[in-house]
Design a protein around this ligand. Structure first.
Ligand code: PGA
Length: 249
């Protein structure tokens, strides 16, 4: 695991975008796993700038989003479908048919989640998976549990996640209670993982993920066993780490 610690959110976004861009330059037909949330927004803005300058293209990129709320219309301002289009897809040359975001409004979820998983495999798996991390160390919506969730599934959100996400909704009652999420197992299969974190509220999750037991109560801890993980975090998120374990950029 390589850990880059940046001064602030802006620098974190820039360093993460450089990492992402390098993957697209080296493999223009990359399969990318994408995350939503406040953390990667700045990185997406930086990628749009790089696209506008002609440094990168998404023309041959295939994307799979990590998760989506269940029963929230995709046009809703808080759906991850809306987020991804507003923050990235509408501003770059990705082809609509290459965008995959779990559909939270299907009838047969059991069939659908299997198809989502198979589709990732049919394009050769994910080359680069972007992750944020929850305060409870969730990745995607893989919440703390007794076992690691292996495959794409329908999941119940924990109260901690519902509370955290209520900032985007008019009231906490409007926050969906269920989501579709790629499993920890699906995430782990990615060839490269780029995890971003910013702010003091993530410091404990980051420390537990790196220095804690590998435990499904700390879903991100499984990444200790992955051979290609790059963390790009700001100094507040790194405040519980030993200075000799990371690279200051
Ligand atoms: P955030 O969410 O980027 O909005 O903090 C991250 C996550 O919950 O995975």
């Amino acid at each position: 695991m390589v850990i880059y610690v940046c001064d602030d959110y802006g620098k974190m976004s820039e360093v993460a975008a450089n990492q992402f861009a390098a993957h697209l330059i080296l493999k223009p037909n990359s399969v990318v796993g994408l995350a939503t949330g406040s953390t990667p927004e700045g990185m997406y803005s930086e990628l749009i700038e790089k696209y506008k300058k002609g440094e990168i293209s998404f023309k041959n990129v295939v994307s799979f989003n990590l998760d989506e709320y269940i029963d929230l219309p995709k046009e809703n301002e808080n759906s991850y479908y809306t987020f991804m289009h507003e923050k990235l897809f509408d501003h770059v040359d990705i082809k609509a048919e290459n965008i995959n975001i779990p559909d939270g409004n299907v009838k047969d979820f059991e069939k659908y989640v299997k198809e989502y998983e198979s589709k990732i495999e049919s394009v050769g798996g994910i080359d680069l998976q972007i992750l944020g991390i929850g305060k409870n160390a969730h990745i995607g919506f893989n919440e703390p549990d007794k076992v690691f969730l292996k495959k794409t599934s329908v999941v119940d959100l924990t109260q901690s996640t519902i509370d955290a996400n209520s900032r985007f909704f008019d009231s906490i009652d409007e926050v969906p209670k269920k989501a579709i999420s790629m499993g920890t197992g699906s995430i782990f299969k990615a060839k490269n993982i780029l995890l971003l974190a910013s702010g003091k509220s993530k410091a404990e999750a980051i420390n537990n993920m790196i220095n804690g037991e590998i435990d499904p109560q700390i879903p991100a801890s499984i990444l200790q066993l992955h051979s290609n993980v790059v963390l790009v975090i700001d100094k507040e998120a790194a405040e519980l780490l030993d200075e000799d374990t990371y690279i200051r950029v």
